[in-house]
Design a protein around this ligand. Structure first.
Ligand SMILES: [Zn+2]
Length: 194
């Protein structure tokens, strides 16, 4: 009885903290995470045997990467742009480089994305009736091993390749491989946080 009450209290607190935008001017950085993380439970992808895949998916989900939606926070407060103004540097869409743009929209990753979406759609054909945003949320919230494997494959490939047409492939990042200057590069754990 007491255990259940404490458990419920924690879950209520967790959900409230996840949706609390009052701490900073631009709101909670987990604005993306809370779109698909709606209850407190262990995610299936955490049972994946491959540490790198688990790590990449975790960092993608928690916005612990180097997309501009996140790195745009790592400047002095007076220089910090609003999230919607952290525009993707890889395309002319003039939209924020966030997780949705990275996974579903940015033309820089079209070839890799086609493989991801073709494979997933072949197994889950009802997705063809979904909008881009709905499809994104379904993929991010899926606990299907097939889906998390495909997504982690996409993330692995994009983190190790210079973007098509990029002028400045450089050797940076925690992977130690040639990676795009901007794009999906998971950052070190100590930089994660709220
Ligand atoms: Zn883009």
């Amino acid at each position: 009885m007491i255990k259940n009450t404490l458990n419920q209290g924690f879950r209520t607190y967790w959900l409230s903290a996840l949706h609390n935008d009052a701490k900073t001017a631009n709101g909670n950085k987990l604005r993306n995470y809370r779109l698909y993380k709606t209850s407190f439970h262990k995610e299936k992808y955490l049972e994946h045997n491959d540490f790198e895949r688990r790590q990449n998916l975790g960092r993608l989900r928690l916005s612990c990467h180097k997309l501009l939606i996140e790195t745009g926070r790592h400047v002095r407060l007076c220089e910090r742009l609003a999230p919607e103004d952290r525009l993707c540097q890889y395309c002319s869409a003039q939209v924020c480089e966030d997780e949705l743009h990275f996974i579903m929209l940015c033309p820089n990753y079209t070839i890799l994305r086609k493989k991801l979406l073709d494979n997933i759609h072949s197994q889950y054909q009802f997705l063809s009736d979904y909008s881009t945003e709905e499809c994104y949320l379904w993929i991010m919230s899926s606990n299907e091993t097939f889906v998390t494997n495909e997504l982690s494959e996409f993330v692995l490939r994009t983190s190790g390749q210079p973007p098509s047409g990029a002028q400045y492939p450089i050797t940076v990042g925690w992977t130690g491989v040639t990676a795009p200057q901007v794009g999906f590069k998971p950052m070190s754990v100590e930089k994660c946080g709220w």
